[in-house]
Ligand binder design. Sequence first.
Ligand SMILES: N[C@@H](CCC[C@H](N)C(=O)O)C(=O)O
Length: 279
Amino acid sequence: MKFYKYHALGNDYLVLAPEDLSCPLTPELIKVICHRNFGIGADGILLGPFPSQTAQFGLRIYNPDGSEAEKSGNGLRIFSRYLWDKKLVGEQPFSIQTLGGLVQSVVKDAGKTVQVEMGKVSFWSDEIPIVGDRREVIQEEIHCGDRTFSFCAATIGNPHCVISLPEITPAIAKKYGQLLEVHPFFPNRTNVQFMKVLNRNSIQIEIWERGAGYTLASGSSSSAAAAVAHKLGLCDSSIIVQMPGGLISIEINDDFMISMRGSVTKVAKGEMSAELFDN
Ligand SMILES: N[C@@H](CCC[C@H](N)C(=O)O)C(=O)O
């Protein structure tokens, strides 16, 4: 089975074309393919393009635990670059349908940069989803292990839990991220971001991704964390998000529509061995 590998700031994805699948992409198969020792290794799989009734291209996004994600910012930049590499798109904007909604994408700088109109961030509990009465989830308390955090919840198609702290570390994201991902507040689990506001136009985040664990960067996490910083009045509408893997630029309009811009790097193309699927 043919595969293409890309990374967006160290968040790595495999792109598989539906017509290249030699068997159904089951959760078990996804786990093996994404495994860093027993497979190729990836933070997720992008399966597409599919025909779509509403967009030029349809995309399915899978986490390395085999679950399906509604949206992925880095995944969308990577998939856009893949479409550009395949000469299916050029310099003009194009649309992609995900389970988490329709986005507009444009490839720039000879494929090195992609800008995605990611859609709208909502803080409404029923849209995220998060348990309890319908409300915008802003600075509520959540108990987790030996800590109680103040958090905001948001969705940009996929769910996010954003915690603002004076200092953040990878260790904090790893220790509490895995507990918050499966916290009973979030019926569909959640992505988690620990955020440090640096100034009116920049934040730093550490990320724990639903279904993937600790990652070096995330586009939907950048969008959600920047939207929270803006909603809380801590940042303006143009925000640089610093992550261990690098920087993403976020622009937020008055309706919390998000424009995300960042780099993509092509890593490899190859052929998976049938032996990989033996067990
Ligand atoms: N890496 C992604 C997010 C991928 C999906 C996420 N793990 C989820 O389950 O929602 C990004 O760049 O946004």
